[in-house]
Write a protein that binds this ligand. Structure first.
Ligand SMILES: Nc1ncnc2c1ncn2[C@@H]1O[C@H](COP(=O)(O)OP(=O)(O)OP(=O)(O)O)[C@@H](O)[C@H]1O
Ligand SMILES: [Mg+2]
Length: 504
């Protein structure tokens, strides 16, 4: 007989105007990988936060290892062996990887931190999760994928019976995802139980033993993964059938004129010159492994990082972009991959966040036309199906995926010629993604050009006209839609460049 490690009995949780969880009954078996899925705002993260002591349930009970379990703080949950890697990172960016992993229990040698032991222990844990870096590297220098691995290392480095992963693969590339799955398999054999939240339904079959679907705060059902297919999961999630994930047929054909030309661009972290073009009405995918300098390149185009050489032309005119402000004035927008630090003001309302970037659009003689602002924000929030009790709700209180939609709305509303999105649909559920793609195509029809950096290769293949592949800080290949094949793209992504070394 299987034994339950965690049993959740009739748990409910309410927020003002929101029923986040309603009467949830769920048992997690020891040593299983239990996948939790559901649309944005379904209640997944809330359930996790209850399990790890951040929220207490309004009603219901929990049992851990057969004992009553009522964690009042995350510390209490951790002491009982519950560890979480959150959707948003919790790292101290100015500290090193090693200090972050052992933050609350630095090895001591008398009064001082035992740096040798810290280094050794950190290196060992990092190896366990396949994080290839110097343990003294400050976390702020890492990309999101590496930060993710630091979080996992941190969780596994102490007592851990149940590891909860809230969308762990959202920004990992295929190689890293398989490595993560190997880590999970290995740890599972040692008796680890995993609760796994993901919006990537296909990977559930690689890793999950059972799956639970939440919808609107209710538990729709729990199934063995072997006994359910993707369309069934989707219809449980969204309550209707969905035929295609990527409605590419609706996409307009790009014009032949180049909109944006990047010529011999030099960035600080690569010895190579980077050149490519974006056409009017085109969605250009930027693919590559984590660390292949995709993000650095788009940041340089946007003026967020320094350009060391080369030029950027918009509609044939050479731009002089020294800061994001210049870029925005020229009509180039960048939606960054890290919404928390760069995209959103969490303590402002949904409405304010959306209209922030487009304020000049709503101001006349220096006065803000509140009505127009509200109308436009509401319309776009509706189109993206942002789940919120009202437009004046603080953005902080929205679910992860809905915060991401707010970031998107903010940039879409703005009059830009070139929209660059770094991981735009990270954490967004299948149904909402579909709406977003349709919206992107509408923007194309207005003559805009869109660049998408995404680590989800299926997504790039699904929605782009063309894909440029980066490796080791250089453009290593370009693939046109008729030739889109996962393998071909990956081959370019793994191509070793002459001077830059392997893209890692
Ligand atoms: N602190 C809070 N205050 C008010 N409402 C909240 C709070 N936390 C969550 N909610 C609401 O509860 C609902 C469930 O949110 P939750 O974060 O659990 O969703 P989720 O399933 O994790 O979604 P996602 O896939 O977008 O991460 C949402 O409607 C959200 O807006
Ligand atoms: Mg969530």
């Amino acid at each position: 007989m299987e034994t339950d490690i965690l049993s959740i009995q009739n748990v409910s949780k309410y927020f003002p105007g929101v029923r986040a969880l309603s009467d949830i009954v769920l048992s997690i078996q020891k040593g299983e990988v239990h996948v939790l899925v559901g649309e944005n705002g379904a209640g997944k993260s809330t359930l996790i936060k209850i399990i790890c002591g951040i929220y207490s349930p309004d009603s219901g009970k929990m049992f851990l290892d057969g004992e009553p379990y009522t964690p009042r703080t995350t510390r209490e949950a951790m002491d009982r062996g519950i560890r979480v890697v959150y959707q948003e990172f919790n790292l101290l960016s100015y500290l090193s990887i090693a200090e972050n992993i052992f933050f609350d229990r630095l090895p001591r040698n008398g009064m001082l931190v035992d740096r040798k032991k810290l280094f050794r222990d950190a290196a060992e844990t990092m190896r366990r999760v396949g994080l290839d870096a110097d343990p003294w590297t400050p976390v702020e220098l890492l990309g999101v994928a590496q930060m993710q691995l630091v979080e996992i290392a941190k969780a596994l480095s102490s007592k851990c019976g149940v590891l909860i992963l809230d969308e762990p693969t959202a920004t990992l590339s295929p190689g890293e995802i398989s490595r993560l799955f190997e880590i999970i398999e290995t740890e599972k054999k040692q008796g680890l139980t995993v609760i796994y939240i993901s919006h990537r339904l296909k990977e559930i079959y690689e890793i999950g033993d059972r799956i639970t679907v939440l919808r609107n705060g209710e538990l729709v059902g729990t199934k063995k993964t072997a006994e359910i297919d993707v369309p069934q999961i989707v219809s449980m999630m969204v309550g209707r059938q969905m035929d295609a994930e990527y409605p590419f047929m609706d996409s307009p054909t790009p014009a032949d004129e180049p909109l944006l030309e990047v010529k011999g661009l030099r960035i600080a972290s690569s010895p190579h010159e980077i050149s490519f073009r974006l056409k009017k009405g085109e969605i250009l995918g930027i693919s590559g492994l984590v660390g292949s300098r995709r993000t650095e390149t788009v940041r340089a185009i946007f003026g967020a990082d320094k350009k060391l050489g080369g030029s950027v032309l918009l509609e044939g005119r050479q731009l002089d972009v020294a800061s994001p402000k210049d870029a925005v004035r020229e009509g180039i927008c960048l939606l960054t991959e890290d919404r928390k630090s760069q995209g959103l003001v969490l303590d402002m309302s949904v409405e304010a966040n959306i209209s922030l970037a487009a304020l000049n659009k709503f101001s006349r003689f220096g006065l803000i036309d509140k009505k127009a602002e509200r109308g436009a924000s509401e319309r776009i929030a509706g189109e993206l199906a942002v789940k919120t009790p009202s437009m004046i709700q603080l953005t902080r209180n929205l679910s992860g995926g809905n915060q991401q939609k707010v970031v998107l709305a903010k940039w879409i509303l703005r009059d830009a010629k070139v929209l660059i999105f770094d991981e735009p649909t990270r954490g967004i559920d299948v149904g909402a993604k579909y709406e977003i793609y349709l919206l992107l195509w509408r923007l194309l029809a207005e003559g805009k050009g869109i660049m998408i950096v995404s680590s989800d290769l299926n997504e790039l293949i699904g929605i782009c006209h063309r894909i440029v592949v980066f490796s080791g800080g250089a453009v290593s290949g370009e693939v046109l839609r008729p030739d889109f094949e996962q393998e071909r793209i990956l081959k370019y992504a793994y191509r070793v460049s002459d001077e830059g070394g392997h893209a890692e």
